[in-house]
Design a protein around this ligand. Sequence first.
Ligand code: CTP
Length: 319
Amino acid sequence: RAEVVINGSSSPAVVDRSNESIKHNIQPASAKWRHNQTLSLRIRKQILKFLDAEKDISVLKGTLKPGDIIHYIFDRDSTMNVSQNLYDLLPRTSPLKNKHFGTCAIVGNSGVLLNSGCGQEIDTHSFVIRCNLAPVQEYARDVGLKTDLVTMNPSVIQRAFEDLVNATWREKLLQRLHSLNGSILWIPAFMARGGKERVEWVNELILKHRVNVRTAYPSLRLLHAVRGYWLTNKVHIKRPTTGLLMYTLATRFCNQIYLYGFWPFPLDQNQNPVKYHYYDSLKYGYTSQASPHTMPLEFKALKSLHEQGALKLTVGQCD
Ligand code: CTP
């Protein structure tokens, strides 16, 4: 039977940012790409040996109680207490229970989305996943509007909402949360220390203003399980990015998976500059020693899966 070859080499890729985009030439969106159903099912089965998205997408109410002490996944010496608010917002059942979708979009935050005109196509998918509360309204033509699940690293509150220093920023965040309108808000609250207050502020806003979102807080085992799966497939990631986490989870409940906005390179395929994020002025920092991510390595793995028909990457314009 055919092997899933995700990464041909057994050693981490050496990253040369200057011409990385040339090496990653992907055919235009319109070029022939065929979904490989057999391979997708095989990948789902393999990933299920490491994690189950239905369960690991969130800790459930029955499993924790207020006052419980949790050790952060990446900072085992630091702990947090489960607050009453966090407890109140834990789902009773998995937000993905028995869910299956024909096609899903995962929208990464690369500037490659700008002028892509992909908004309409993204919105046609049955389930649309977005990352880190990235804005949509002002960019709808390129990124679409539909949002069924959106992630929120605690650091987003600092980066995009000025740590809620005044009423204006609190209102901005509140508006963004209201606009989610019933979708899933996925908050990695137990990953790394430093985000406790930010998670608490968001929880408080949601409860106080009765914001219509379905909160989810990923399980304590998710990160290691995802890393384990990719390591087993010779993808030597340090800490999976949000985008890779979402793809790994999506294999469980999506038949076909379409990725947009995944392009961790400063130049596009035609050597034009690409912003790191489509919506802010953050610079490329992922290759620094301090960064926990290995995005170009992840990209290489995703590109290989694209070539085998297990997922579809769009890195240019949509038709
Ligand atoms: N992404 C990408 N290329 C970029 C920027 C982002 O491929 N130039 C993808 C990555 O998979 C990333 C996802 O889009 O995880 C969402 O982007 P971002 O919000 O920057 O992701 P995080 O991984 O959460 O980054 P950080 O840990 O710095 O918050």
